[in-house]
Design a binder for this molecule. Structure first.
Ligand SMILES: [Fe+2]
Ligand SMILES: [Fe+2]
Length: 171
């Protein structure tokens, strides 16, 4: 209960902001970007408690890490989100840095991919988190994304299964 109160205190203004609410219209991993950001923020908050990080920083950067409308590429959207977050919510430089580096997990996979060129491999350094909260938000984003894609897959498979049953019933 105390945790929820603290979480609400730091997120209220952002969650009630009209521009941020528009993220509900953007689909993301089979869900919407608003819910995705909220999940990442809450998980970042819990992990920051465990590892004694700065909770406010983890919550805010977690909530704003995917704050962009429409579409963007995997490695371009972090900078766009940091700019949007600065413009609308006056975040600190540390929080902006966390947002900019939240795709380190993706950049790292590109680096390890033997089919990628030197340019992609260079990128990984740029995206390396520079703070404890940066690592926390990056890991939370990865975990939440895996969870969301899993749910999406289950739903997708369930739909296929239902269609298959309906098809069988026709005969
Ligand atoms: Fe992202
Ligand atoms: Fe994300």
């Amino acid at each position: 209960m105390k945790l929820n109160k603290e979480f609400k205190e730091y997120t209220r203004d952002i969650l009630e902001n009209e521009d941020f609410k528009l993220l509900k219209n953007d689909s993301h991993h089979g869900t919407n970007r608003y819910d995705h950001c909220k999940r990442v923020s809450y998980l970042s908050f819990l992990i920051s408690k465990i590892f004694k990080g700065n909770s406010e920083r983890a919550i805010k950067a977690g909530l704003l890490h995917d704050y962009f409308h429409g579409t963007s590429s995997y490695l371009e959207h972090p900078s766009i989100c940091a700019l949007n977050a600065k413009e609308h919510f006056n975040i600190t430089d540390e929080e902006a840095e966390i947002i900019k580096t939240h795709m380190y997990h993706y950049a790292l996979v590109q680096k390890l991919n033997p089919f990628k060129g030197k340019e992609d491999k260079k990128n990984a350094k740029e995206y390396r988190p520079t703070s404890k909260e940066g690592v926390i938000v990056c890991v939370s984003d990865l975990l939440v994304s895996i969870f969301e894609c899993g749910i999406f897959k289950v739903r997708y498979n369930a739909c296929l299964y239902i269609l298959f049953i309906i098809n069988l019933m026709r005969y």
